[in-house]
Design a protein around this ligand. Structure first.
Ligand SMILES: N[C@@H](CCC(=O)N[C@@H](CS)C(=O)NCC(=O)O)C(=O)O
Length: 225
């Protein structure tokens, strides 16, 4: 299971928004890793050995260090080589960024899951109403829409930052849950522009290149390809 290419190894799942934010930061930082795509129902034994909690992304460095939280993978990538196009946040912006990400990974994700997969959250006594959860997500989207309307096209002005790339994969997922509704709903003008610029960006295209699931013994592949 060694690092055959002399590069860090990234266990990833293409559609996972956490893995996406890690890959986006790796692309933006101009780094290369060895990629191991997986399917969630059949996680590679080696990944579970180095990170028993079993979530993607997992980055395995050449010295054996394991980084298995998406935000930590992003920090590692930008710490290796800060993306030239990204904004360096002031202390105040960093605090705002941290607050938004906490809201995203907590309340937004919780409601997004219930909006997308309500049947998973029905109980004997309670049915899960997806529209209630969509409305809860919308309250949070409004915060980002307002920030973008005031000082867009990115969350902190005219350059992207850690905040944009940490958050956008989840806003993309929110849209995908009901694209026709999202595209037709009134409002969110600045947020929609922000999302569509991201969806058309070369960084996303590179981060979403398809790989066949990895198996031990496969020829190692690099990401980005
Ligand atoms: N806090 C973790 C969350 C990662 C996460 O939950 N990833 C999902 C996929 S989107 C996962 O691997 N779930 C495990 C599974 O479904 O078996 C992070 O930020 O990296």
């Amino acid at each position: 299971m060694e690092h055959q290419l002399g590069l860090p190894v990234l266990y990833t799942f293409r559609r996972c928004p956490y893995a996406m934010r890690a890959r986006l930061a790796i692309v933006a930082a101009g780094l290369k890793v060895e990629v191991r795509e997986l399917v969630l129902r059949a996680k590679p034994a080696h990944m579970l050995e180095i990170s028993p909690k079993g979530t993607v992304p997992v980055l395995w460095l050449q010295d054996g260090t394991v980084i298995d939280e998406s935000l930590d993978v992003m920090c590692w990538a930008v710490g290796q080589n800060f993306p030239a196009s990204w904004l360096v946040l002031t202390a105040e912006q960093q605090q705002q960024c941290d607050e938004w990400i906490a809201l995203l990974d907590g309340e937004f994700k919780r409601n997004l899951d219930r909006y997308k997969y309500p049947h998973r959250y029905h109980t004997d006594t309670d049915t899960c109403d997806p529209l209630e959860h969509r409305a809860a997500c919308e309250k949070i989207l409004t915060l980002w829409d307002e920030a973008l309307a005031q000082q867009g096209p990115w969350l902190f002005g005219n350059r992207p930052s850690f905040a944009d790339y940490a958050i956008l994969p989840f806003v993309r997922q929110f849209r995908i849950a009901d694209e026709a509704w999202f595209d037709a709903v009134a409002g969110y003008d600045a947020l929609k522009l922000w999302l569509s610029a991201f969806l058309a960006s070369p960084v996303l295209e590179q981060a979403m290149v398809k790989y066949t699931p990895w198996q031990p013994g496969d020829t190692p592949l690099t990401f980005p390809g």
